[in-house]
Design a protein around this ligand. Structure first.
Ligand code: DGL
Length: 274
């Protein structure tokens, strides 16, 4: 496998959520070409078992590798938690980056009282990768994991603000953020969909809690790694993004707009099989 600075960065996610990571990459590295695979045929990954998530992630990565990429970014928390070591080993020497380490670093940097709550899918919480990554950086941290499964469907429906989103957020998190000396000071959004709920979550956790996600810190980590490997794209050029999806282009384009914060163009999206 030969890696070259002119090649695109490949990203994959279980569907549309990873577009929040793509968005952060575009802002940080506008010169890079990006190729994004959304495995919409198999979404959600977050309620699947570990072996299944690894198998899906291997297929998605193979597709991107076949199209020629210089780095893989696993733009999905669930897939990063389950499959990162397997993908690194199987696709070496391709550099493979995930969202968990940058997210954990952001949470530890933000927290003062070292009481951190992670919200994520069931599979991410059960896998324990975030808990482990936070404790490695801060052994005396108290880490509380909460699976917030319903947020995934609500985000894809575009219901991210207002009484329904706030009610769901309260149901999942009100008890853990009750006022008192034990109140955590940091909420880590360990799922691609959850940054869309920042306003609703703010109502529940209060004004003093840091709400952090991994998209911006992942983009920063990608830049550092590309620089280290001598694979950064030529500065000043304007990169392009292409999208591959495994099912339902119309839905990907509709819901994807919420995540990307801009419209997707039909000509940039291709249906593929894995
Ligand atoms: N992309 C997934 C994540 O970040 C959320 C959606 C899913 O469950 O597949 O964990």
């Amino acid at each position: 496998m030969s890696l070259d600075a002119h090649m695109p960065i490949g990203l994959f996610d279980s569907g549309i959520g990873g577009l929040t990571v793509l968005h952060a990459l575009r802002r940080r590295l506008p010169q890079e070409d990006l190729i994004y695979l959304g495995d919409t045929a198999r979404l959600p990954y977050g309620t699947k078992g570990r072996e299944t998530i690894i198998r899906y992630s291997q297929r998605a990565t193979q597709k991107l590798v076949d199209s020629g990429i210089k780095m893989l970014v696993i733009a999905c928390n669930t897939a990063t938690s389950a499959a990162l070591p397997t993908l690194r080993e199987q696709f070496a020497p391709l550099p493979v980056m995930g969202v968990v380490e940058p997210g954990a670093a952001a949470a530890v940097a933000a927290s003062r009282n070292k009481r951190i709550v992670i919200t994520a899918t069931e599979a991410t919480i059960a896998g324990g990768a975030y808990q482990e990554a936070i404790r490695r950086r801060c052994p005396d941290a108290t880490v509380i994991g909460r699976a917030c499964t319903l947020f995934v469907s609500l985000a894809e429906e575009g219901w991210t603000d207002g009484p329904i989103a706030e009610g769901v957020a309260a149901r999942y998190l009100r008890d853990v953020f009750a006022d008192g000396p034990e109140k955590p000071d940091t909420l880590l959004l360990g799922c691609t969909h959850f940054p869309l709920f920042t306003n609703a979550l703010r109502h529940v956790v209060g004004p003093d809690v840091h709400i952090v996600d991994s998209a911006a810190t992942t983009a920063q980590a990608v830049e550092t790694e590309l620089q280290r490997l001598g694979l950064l794209g030529e500065p000043g050029r304007r990169g392009v993004s292409r999208f591959l999806v495994t099912d339902n282009i119309a839905r990907f384009m509709r819901s994807g707009g919420y995540f990307l914060g801009e419209e997707l163009h039909r000509n940039d999206v291709t249906l593929v099989d894995l």
